[in-house]
Design a protein around this ligand. Structure first.
Ligand code: EPZ
Length: 461
């Protein structure tokens, strides 16, 4: 087990070997909901966001909005946000609410428009890579922000307001595209963003901004043009469904040889995943009823097939789909390849799968169709998975959110009883009610009986 400590209670006991059968519901996408909440800061009237999942990232952004004077109220899965009295927050309160979240970066544009200043705590890297924010800061400077690095973090101000820019991203970063959108919608003049990310969550954020009164044109070839306006109003919006969570349940069905109906899963946002799912040996059936619909995923029977895959920006295979797919590929009959091109260090979790009996080797070479940014820089970013391997139970330490869910899937597929540590710290960030969903699918899981000693240290990654 890796050394990151967690409390003994932050653990799930999984008795594996039972195929997952049944139905789960996915609600709004974590990676849209948090950004749409930030967008509400730009409005002069309240916003209403529907389909909000009960996850910790929503709590984090709620805390950040509240310390900035936004009235936030959650009723069921509907979030009401009133930004009419936005105010500055102290560094301490921002730090307390942000924790290790990266969301404070995205508050910059809206806060510079509303208050003329913003603050970003020091974020550092994480278990999946360095996670720099150079694109964000570079774009904000070009918009006219003054960026000052201080011992407590980065302080930004906009003494002359923000002005439209022509900007080309070095890489189609999701966060940096959102940064530019949130700054440009109320900047003076027109912004042209080239090499923009066009993930469905970005398009949904554009829909939110358009409802608020923004003028945004999405051209071909990753070009987005934004005409700044002087005022935006609140919005009413239903978040697009979480395609990462949907793919996670689909992969769990495949790895455990089960069948899961994912209510809310949306075909158009998952096309690339669906093609991969079928090519490995999974089957699916789409019910596109707007209210009750979803996608049923199941194992077709017989051995799974090996495949060569690489992650990429949309419309490529999402980097967040990579980990659950790799678990399923440990059961494929032959050699599979996964080339991770988005993050430099997103295969570390495979060491835990090896401990469970998976045969996975990591390489620094680009084992994909085209060389990527990490090939010449010695990052272990390609994996060769030789299957099928009989997975056996183990004690697992979750390193990050998506890898963590893939560890759960591996433990569910394995024979015997595994202990998975770090579930509260990581999984609850992005998977709502995952324990009751697992139970509804027939998984045999339990929490440890509470112990008296709490001696273990709690360190953030
Ligand atoms: C978003 O992260 C998601 N997070 C990630 O999901 C997702 O994996 C990623 O997009 C890619 O789809 C949220 O939406 C909250 P990026 P983001 O900027 O925006 C490099 C999850 O678990 N880069 O598209 O931070 C970066 O290092 C999370 O839900 C720079 O070099 O990702 C990476 O190699 C994990 N400089 C690449 O771009 C910058 O200033 C893509 O990152 C910014 C990014």
């Amino acid at each position: 087990m890796s050394s990151t400590p967690t409390t003994p209670e932050d653990m799930l006991i999984i008795h594996g070997g039972t195929p997952l059968q049944g139905e789960v519901t996915v609600r709004g996408a974590k990676n849209l909901v948090s950004k749409a909440m930030v967008a509400a800061l730009l409005g002069t009237s309240p916003s209403v966001l529907r389909g909000v999942p009960e996850i910790r990232d929503v709590e984090v952004v709620t805390g950040l909005l509240r310390v900035h004077g936004v009235d936030v109220d959650l009723e069921g899965d509907t979030l009401y946000m009133d930004p009419t009295s936005v105010e500055s927050a102290g560094v301490e309160e921002i730090n307390v609410h942000a924790g290790t979240s990266r969301i404070p970066i995205l508050l910059c544009g809206p806060l510079l428009h509303r208050l003329g200043r913003a603050f970003i705590p020091d974020l550092g890297g994480c278990n999946i890579g360095g996670r720099p924010i150079d694109f964000h800061l570079d774009a904000l400077r070009k918009f006219g922000a003054v960026v000052e690095k201080a011992p407590d973090g980065t302080h930004l101000s906009a003494p002359d307001g923000l002005h439209g820019i022509r900007y080309e991203l070095e890489y189609p970063s999701v966060g940096a595209t959102e940064q530019v959108l949130l700054a440009a919608v109320m900047a003076e003049g027109t912004t042209e963003l080239r090499n923009a990310a066009i993930e469905p969550e970005i398009i949904d954020l554009i829909c939110v901004l358009q409802k608020m009164g923004a003028i945004i044109k999405v051209h071909t070839n990753r070009v987005i043009e934004i005409v700044g306006v002087s005022e935006l109003k609140g919005y009413r919006h239903r978040a697009l469904p979480d395609r990462i969570e949907a793919a996670s349940w689909a992969s769990a069905a495949l790895a455990t040889e089960g069948s899961v109906f994912v209510r809310g899963a949306h075909q158009a946002d998952m096309m690339t995943f669906l093609n991969v799912f079928r090519s490995i040996g999974g089957a699916y059936d789409v019910d596109d009823d707007p209210v009750e619909g979803g996608i049923r995923f199941w194992h077709r029977g017989g051995p799974l097939k090996p495949v060569a895959l690489e992650t990429n920006v949309h419309p490529g295979l999402m980097t967040d789909w990579q980990q659950p797919i790799v678990v399923a590929l440990t059961q494929a009959d032959g050699l599979s390849i996964m080339h991770e091109t988005v993050y430099e260090n997103r295969l570390g979790y495979t060491s835990e799968l090896r401990q469970m009996g998976a045969n996975i080797e990591l390489y620094s070479e680009c084992l994909g169709g085209a060389p990527c940014r990490w090939g010449r820089r010695n990052f272990l970013h390609s994996a060769v998975i030789a299957g099928p391997s009989k997975l056996h139970a183990a004690d697992l330490q979750i390193p990050d959110l998506r890898a963590g869910f893939s560890h759960l899937i591996a433990a569910l597929a394995a024979e015997g009883t595994s202990r998975v540590y770090g579930v509260d710290r990581y999984i609850t960030r992005g998977y709502e009610n995952f324990e009751s969903k697992l139970q509804a699918l027939g998984a045999k899981i339990e929490r440890p009986v509470a112990q008296e000693s709490h001696a273990t240290t709690h360190a953030e990654p």
